[in-house]
Design a protein around this ligand. Structure first.
Ligand code: SAH
Length: 205
């Protein structure tokens, strides 16, 4: 996966590559799909949701530019795979999911792998997780119509936020950075994510 899919497509960040080599992706997919777990595509994880393609997980992780000391907020735990990757290269991961059954499964895997630096919460993540703010980095793994305002407020200065923004079918993956009170935005790539549903996202599934 790393040598054939990630490195040839420009994933060069060593911590990202190392995490993608270490975390057992097959544990985060359903039994019937285990043989496809390392393929170059997203996979269904139930409840109409998906675990992202390995390349997209790596790209988003690399885009955050983590050094190791950061606290990171993720919106959209899903299978838990992205949170697991982040847990290898930052101090603390706070991850929020709105679907209870997905969060319960992800929590089980984190516990079995002893990924003790991941904290989870069942909630609408478009409101962020104010209790532990500010976050050095925020990653949203579902596509919304705009950048949720509470996430910008809960982003540290300096801080980086990565989020797919667009319509329900296709979005651009944006990197928003905050520095000295100023926001700058850059589009990284076109992507297709499931919908971000909530107060500052889409209305329903
Ligand atoms: N990061 C996940 C990708 C999951 S797909 C992984 O590695 O597998 C996106 C997830 O976002 C879905 O599980 C969906 O239920 C969740 N989601 C959508 N809107 C949300 C919201 N407002 N708050 C929290 N989670 C949300």
């Amino acid at each position: 996966m790393v040598d054939e899919q990630l490195i040839p497509r420009g994933i060069h960040n060593l911590q990202t590559l190392e995490a993608m080599r270490t975390v057992p992706r097959h544990l985060f997919v359903e039994d019937a799909m285990k043989d496809q777990a390392y393929g170059d595509f997203p996979l269904p994880i139930g409840r109409g949701q998906t675990i992202s393609q390995p390349y997209i997980v790596a790209l988003m992780t690399q885009t955050l530019g983590l050094k190791g000391h950061e606290s990171v907020l993720e919106i959209g735990t899903g299978s838990g795979y992205q949170a697991a990757i982040l847990s290898q290269i930052c101090a603390k991961v706070y991850t929020v999911e709105r679907v209870d059954s997905l969060l319960v499964e992800a929590r089980k895997i984190f516990d079995s792998l002893h990924y003790l630096n991941i904290l989870t919460k069942l909630d609408d993540g478009t409101n962020g997780w104010p209790e532990f703010a500010p976050y050095d980095a925020i990653i949203v793994t579902a596509g919304g119509p705009r950048v949720p305002e509470p996430l910008l407020e809960q982003l540290a200065d300096p801080g980086v936020l990565v989020i797919p923004v667009g319509d329900r079918g296709v979005q651009d993956l944006r990197r928003v950075s905050k520095k000295d009170g100023q926001m700058t935005e850059k589009t990284i790539e076109f992507v297709r994510f499931v919908s971000l549903i909530g107060d500052h996202g889409w209305e329903s599934g």
